[in-house]
Ligand binder design. Structure first.
Ligand SMILES: NC(=O)c1ccc[n+]([C@@H]2O[C@H](COP(=O)([O-])OP(=O)(O)OC[C@H]3O[C@@H](n4cnc5c(N)ncnc54)[C@H](O)[C@@H]3O)[C@@H](O)[C@H]2O)c1
Length: 265
C-alpha cells in the first residue's frame, strides 16, 4: 500500500452518512484517508453515524476517533479543533463535507429554509475556519478541502443550494490566496450526480419517486459511460488534493462529474 497520507492528521466534517445501499462522500473520504495512513477525527452531528465509520476504519486497521458536533453551533467548532489537538497535536487536512438542499421549489421556500441551507453549507464553514486556520497558521502548513457541487456553476432549480455552493467556491479561492504565504492550500471539489445514499435514498423519499427510476434518470444525465459517479470518485480526488503530490495546487475548483459541467445543451 502506498500510504500517501502517512503521519498526517485529518478532520472530516460530516464523516457519517445518510443510511442507504451505497457509501456517502464523508465516509468514503474518511475510510480512504485512514487507509492511506492518516489519523482521522470523524465529526458528525449524529454520533452513531460517525461510530459506523469508525467501525469500518477499525476493521481495516486504521486510526480514527468519532466526535459529535453540529458545526452550525459556532462553539462546537473550537471544541472539535481542541479535541483534535489534544489527541494528535496538529491538523494537516480539514474537509468540510456537509451540505443540504432546498427541499422545495425555489421561490416557495420560506426564509427559514434559506437560512438553514446557508447555515449548514456556508456559515458552518466560516465558523470552522475561525478555529482551524489559526492552528494551520502556527504550523505554517495545512490543506483545506471543501465539498461543493457543480450546481455552483451550472443551472439548477435549487436557488439556495446553488448560491451557498457558489459562496463556498468563493470562500475557497479567497482563503487560498489570503493564506498562501502561510503554506496553507485550499481547494474545492465539485461533484456532479453521484449514486450516494444522500442523493438516492434521500431524493427518492423527498420526491416520492421509485429509487430504481431515479437511478436510471440520473445515470442518463451523465455524459461519461457508466452513468453517475460514486463517493469513491470524490474520495480519490480528495486524497490527491490532500497528499503532498498536490503541493502546488491551491485555489482550484475541481469538477468530479463525468463531463456534466462541460456539456452545452
Ligand atoms: N450525492 C450527490 O449527488 C452530490 C452531488 C454534489 C455535491 N454533493 C455534496 O456532497 C456532500 C454530502 O456528502 P455525503 O454523501 O457524505 O452526505 P451524507 O448526507 O450521507 O453525510 C453527511 C453527514 O453529515 C452530517 N451532518 C449534517 N449536518 C451536519 C452538521 N451541521 N454538523 C455536523 N454534521 C452534520 C450528517 O449527519 C451525515 O452523517 C454535500 O456537501 C453535498 O452538497 C453531493
Amino acid at each position: 500500500m502506498s500510504r500517501r497520507l502517512e503521519d498526517k492528521v485529518a478532520i472530516v466534517i460530516g464523516a457519517g452518512q445518510t443510511p442507504g445501499d451505497t457509501i456517502g462522500n464523508g465516509r468514503a473520504m474518511s475510510v480512504l484517508f485512514a487507509r492511506e495512513g492518516a489519523r482521522v477525527l470523524l465529526v458528525d452531528r449524529i454520533l452513531e453515524a460517525a461510530l459506523e465509520t469508525q467501525g469500518q476504519i477499525e476493521g481495516e486497521g486504521g486510526q480514527s476517533v468519532p466526535f459529535q458536533a453540529d458545526v452550525t453551533k459556532p462553539e462546537t467548532c473550537q471544541q472539535l479543533v481542541d479535541k483534535c489537538l489534544a489527541l494528535w497535536g496538529r491538523i494537516d487536512i480539514f474537509v468540510y463535507n456537509i451540505g443540504t438542499g432546498d427541499g422545495q421549489p425555489s421561490l416557495t421556500m420560506p426564509e427559514s429554509r434559506w437560512d438553514t441551507v446557508f447555515d449548514i453549507n456556508l456559515r458552518g464553514l466560516f465558523s470552522c475556519y475561525k478555529a482551524v486556520l489559526p492552528v494551520m497558521e502556527r504550523q505554517e502548513s495545512g490543506c483545506l478541502i471543501n465539498i461543493s457541487s457543480i450546481a455552483a456553476i451550472a443551472s439548477t432549480p435549487m436557488l439556495a443550494y446553488r448560491s451557498s455552493k457558489a459562496g463556498m467556491n468563493a470562500v475557497t479561492q479567497s482563503i487560498a490566496v489570503e493564506y498562501a504565504k502561510k503554506g496553507i492550500r485550499a481547494n474545492a471539489i465539485m461533484p456532479g450526480l453521484l449514486n450516494t445514499p444522500m442523493a438516492i435514498e434521500g431524493l427518492a423519499k423527498a420526491l416520492k419517486v421509485d429509487k430504481q427510476e431515479l437511478i436510471k434518470r440520473r445515470d442518463k444525465s451523465v455524459p461519461l459511460k457508466g452513468g453517475m459517479g460514486s463517493a469513491w470518485d470524490v474520495a480519490y480526488a480528495a486524497l490527491f488534493l490532500a497528499s503532498d503530490e498536490a503541493r502546488f495546487i491551491s485555489g482550484v475548483l475541481l469538477p468530479v462529474d463525468g463531463a456534466q459541467s462541460s456539456r452545452v445543451g
